[in-house]
Design a protein around this ligand. Structure first.
Ligand code: ADP
Ligand code: ZN
Length: 214
């Protein structure tokens, strides 16, 4: 399947994407993970992205489109892809549309995961992430077995730099201003599936139903 996952930070895009990869081998492509990897590795890309990310602002459209053009041409994308955190602005959505037309590919749909703001705020402040493999934990509902240590890879599990209260509130504002307009964009394209749900399973079920997967 070829899907876009839309939703505020903390809506559960990453969790839903991971579950969907198990259905048909589609790959999860998270621009946030790619960028965090680049920052950790200290690459040119990482250096360009770091300040914006730390403040909860967006990285430039040009930088993101450069990454995504390359990524979508890789072989593993033939099995399908779940775009998690991309596109995030109208110019990115327009550039993606053009890119896919050039590549002769069609999206199945753009899924909006619509979660109430209180739930989002609670999730983001209690979220913890493995700096090695990106696995996500929650101090209240899903802590690692050993505090601060990833169950999967043993890496350090920490609060992200952009998960301070100030950066979170900025990220939510940035979402409302720059990314929420994509809901209308994809509705106009006839591709929108909007799901009001706080459980990932319910989101998965709605996607399966829409795509006729059982
Ligand atoms: P979230 O949990 O907010 O969905 P992500 O892990 O997707 O966060 O992204 C983290 C940060 O990486 C963003 O706040 C932004 O600085 C940058 N980023 C990720 N994807 C994009 C994108 N498509 N366009 C611009 N910036 C991006
Ligand atoms: Zn890990």
């Amino acid at each position: 399947m070829k899907l876009i996952l839309l939703g505020a930070p903390g809506a559960g895009k990453g969790t839903v994407a991971k579950l969907l990869t198990q259905i048909d081998g589609s790959v999860q492509i998270s621009t946030g993970d790619i960028l965090r990897g680049a920052v950790a590795a200290g690459t040119e890309l990482g250096k360009k992205a770091e300040a914006a990310m730390k403040a909860g602002d967006l990285v430039s459209d040009d930088l993101i489109m450069g990454i995504m053009e390359e990524r979508l041409k890789e072989d593993d994308c033939k099995a399908g892809y779940l775009l998690d955190g991309f596109p995030r602005t109208i110019p990115q959505a327009e550039a993606l549309k053009e890119l896919l037309e050039k590549m002769g590919e069609k999206l199945d749909c753009a899924v909006e995961i619509d979660v109430p703001r209180e739930v989002i705020l609670d999730r983001l402040t209690t979220r913890r992430t493995c700096t090695e493999c990106g696995e996500i934990y929650n101090v209240k509902s899903n802590p690692p077995k050993e505090e601060g240590k990833c169950d999967k890879c043993g890496g350090p599990v920490v609060q992200r730099d952009d998960e301070t209260e100030e950066a979170i509130s900025n990220r939510l504002n940035v979402y409302n201003e720059q990314t929420a307009p994509l809901v209308d964009f994809y509705r106009n394209e006839g591709l929108l599936l909007s799901v009001k749900a706080t459980s990932s399973e319910a989101v998965i079920d709605a996607i399966k139903e829409k795509l006729g997967i059982n």
